[in-house]
Design a protein around this ligand. Structure first.
Ligand code: ATP
Length: 611
């Protein structure tokens, strides 16, 4: 059982530093990169975005005209009405209704247009992130935990969505509303404008306080949220280990603590928001009282018209309302900026196994494999293979044996080009894998891993992964060849059975056979196979052995062998120790030579006898 697999150890904190902790990039460069990404995303929707901005401006202008029209209505329209002329008042009322209509229509249009722009941008970004992440080399996926990738595709895109859907337009509209209101009021009556200016001082102080507190708070809340998500994903990914070692209670306790921290962070954020909103209402109302008092006294003196006073009060009331909106979206803005930085960081990652500039075609591969002076180590880690020279002629079956950590999988992964050597070259039919056409290489070389991963979907679709153009007949032929046809045909829906269907989960050995059928259908010139270590019941074992033999026939095969029978059927055995080939020969020769393999062979036989 592979229950000892530890859940990914690194705990990412998407709410923490926006930069990928593995890269060393200056903040200015990060900003440039994020803006660059935003630019490429917005370019296709530039016209629509500009139009949206114009619509926002018109909506705000229409809104700000309202109080001014009220002033005109009171100061000009009513006296005229008293004098028997209803024209001016009707004109003003009509004008007011028109501006209200324009403001309403344009605000609704803003919401729709912003949503269209935002959804187009997000669709493109979501696709781009998926395509890019999928293209990145294995080396990247081994260090970038699944929790972090999930955060990029979920919470980061969500943060951007929140801002783009309504945030940007609300921020712009709020900024414009405040500016237009201040200008409108000053033009109408500069003394009332002055009162507003005085009130702006505590408003700015309060907003500044809020920004600082809420930024810290928001960061805390995001970090806490990320911890909860990562803990959840890791626990569920490693559920076998958790259950096998009875860690449920401890994991639940840690999870409860982290959830509590998340709750506390959110509660504090709400409290800060509460103080800010209440403060704004207070400042707003005091300002209204100030404008009313100063203006009222001047009305008494006859220096100010009543209508202008009413308009001034309306403007003063409106002035502080947008600040609450700005405060609300300030955090979205922050988190969207951080999300954009992280997404642009992910998109800036380059595959460590790049596609060749001038690919060499391998249309009819023979399967001749060479390792020429290969030196290799993972990333910046220690050397794993110091110097490997190896020639596997076409059609040969080679079994790699050796102790755990000897470097067998590393040889296999270099051959399948999941990694490139630090020096030297791996060649197929004389072509350096780094120069080989990636499409041809994937056809020529297939790696079957231990885990025999099945994707959700039918059994047939899973086999067809080996050759998507295969007919049902060819799929069944492949299954027959590796001896799994009867089993698959007896499933509830035969080959159409969904591998995820409850109650028909395939066993490890059966999954292995399906993956053999998949590889058989792909029919590669070179097969790299990591034999499953899981022990199978004897009939199952025999079935897998027979399937394996059919699969290996007629092609070059490099097998990381865990079973004696596989090794003994190989043409050649390589004993790997500490990244070096220490014995090389046919199984019979090596047994006769009495070296390491001979010892291993004796141990194997003894263990088989004792079971
Ligand atoms: N992704 C990786 N990153 C860093 N080091 C690695 C990685 N994979 C393997 N190693 C290291 O490379 C060495 C060889 O490992 P490898 O997996 O090739 O051994 P192996 O012979 O296949 O072992 P096993 O039989 O247990 O699968 C080990 O020291 C291991 O720690």
């Amino acid at each position: 059982m592979s229950a000892t697999t530890a859940p990914g150890a690194a705990t990412p904190a998407p709410g923490g530093p926006a930069r990928d902790e593995h890269e060393d990039v200056a903040p200015a460069e990060v900003r440039r990169r994020s803006l660059g990404l935003l630019g490429t995303l917005l370019r296709p929707v530039a016209r629509r975005a500009t139009l949206t901005a114009l619509v926002v401006v018109v909506a705000q202008l229409a809104l700000v005209a309202g109080p001014a029209l009220v002033a005109v209505g009171i100061d000009r329209g009513i006296p005229a009405l008293r004098a028997g002329d209803s024209g001016p008042l009707l004109l003003v009322a009509g004008g007011y209704a028109l501006t209200a209509l324009v403001a309403g229509t344009f605000t609704a249009a803003t919401v729709r247009m912003a949503a269209t722009v935002s959804q187009t941008v997000l669709l493109e970004l979501r696709r781009r992130v998926f395509r890019h992440t999928q293209r990145l080399s294995l080396e990247f996926h081994e260090r970038y935990t699944s929790g972090r990738i999930i955060s990029r595709q979920t919470s980061d895109l969500e943060a951007l969505r929140e801002l783009l859907d309504g945030g940007v337009t609300t921020l712009a509209a709020s900024g414009l509303a405040m500016t237009f209101t201040a200008v409108g009021l000053t033009l109408l009556d500069w003394r009332s404008g002055l009162v507003l200016l005085v009130a702006v001082v505590p408003g700015v102080v309060l907003t500044r306080w809020f920004q600082m507190r809420s930024q810290a708070q928001y960061r805390r809340s995001r970090t806490a949220a990320a911890r909860v998500i990562v803990r959840f994903v890791e626990t569920m990914t490693g559920i076998r280990a958790v259950q096998a070692f009875r860690r449920e209670r401890q994991v639940a306790e840690v999870y409860a603590e982290e959830s509590e921290e998340y709750r506390a962070a959110n509660a504090e954020a709400i409290r800060v928001n509460g103080v800010f909103d209440t403060g704004l209402v207070l400042i707003g109302n005091v300002t209204v009282a100030g404008v009313l008092l100063v203006g009222g006294l001047r009305v008494l003196d006859g220096a100010l018209d009543v209508g202008v006073l009413v308009a001034a009060v309306l403007y003063a009331r409106r002035f502080f309302a947008p600040l609450a909106q700005i405060g609300m979206f300030y955090n979205s803005f922050q988190s969207a900026t951080a999300a954009l930085e992280k997404l642009s960081g992910l998109l800036a990652q380059e595959p460590t196994v790049p596609d060749p500039v001038r690919p060499v075609r391998l249309p009819e591969p023979r399967g001749d494999v060479r390792f020429d002076g290969v030196e290799f180590g993972y990333a910046d880690g220690p050397t794993v293979l110091p110097h490997l020279d190896l020639h596997v002629p076409a059609g040969q079956t080679v079994a790699l044996v050796g102790e755990t950590g000897a470097g067998k999988s590393t040889v296999a992964k270099l051959l399948a080009r999941f990694y490139d050597p630090r020096s030297g070259a791996v060649r197929l039919d004389g072509v350096d894998l780094r120069d080989a056409d990636p499409g041809d290489l994937r056809t020529a070389m297939v790696m079957v891993t231990q885990e025999a991963y099945l994707f959700s979907g039918s059994v047939a679709a899973n086999i067809a992964l080996g050759r998507p153009s295969a007919t049902r007949q060819e799929i069944e032929q492949a299954a027959r060849a590796v001896g799994v046809h009867d089993l698959l045909a007896s499933l509830p829906d035969g080959y159409d059975t969904d591998v995820d269907t409850r109650g028909v989960r395939l066993s490890a050995g059966q999954r292995q056979l399906v993956s053999f059928a998949r590889a058989f259908l792909a029919d590669p010139a070179v097969l790299v196979l990591d034999e499953a270590t899981s022990s199978l019941d004897i009939p199952g074992e025999q079935l897998v052995q027979e399937g394996l033999r059919t699969l290996l026939t007629g092609r070059t095969a490099v097998v990381i062998a865990h079973r004696l029978s596989t090794v003994m059927h190989a043409d050649r055995v390589l004993v790997v120790d500490d990244g070096r080939v220490v014995e090389d020969g046919s199984p019979q020769e090596l047994v006769a030579a009495g070296g390491r393999f001979a010892t291993l062979h004796t141990q194997w036989q003894e263990s088989l006898r004792s079971t």
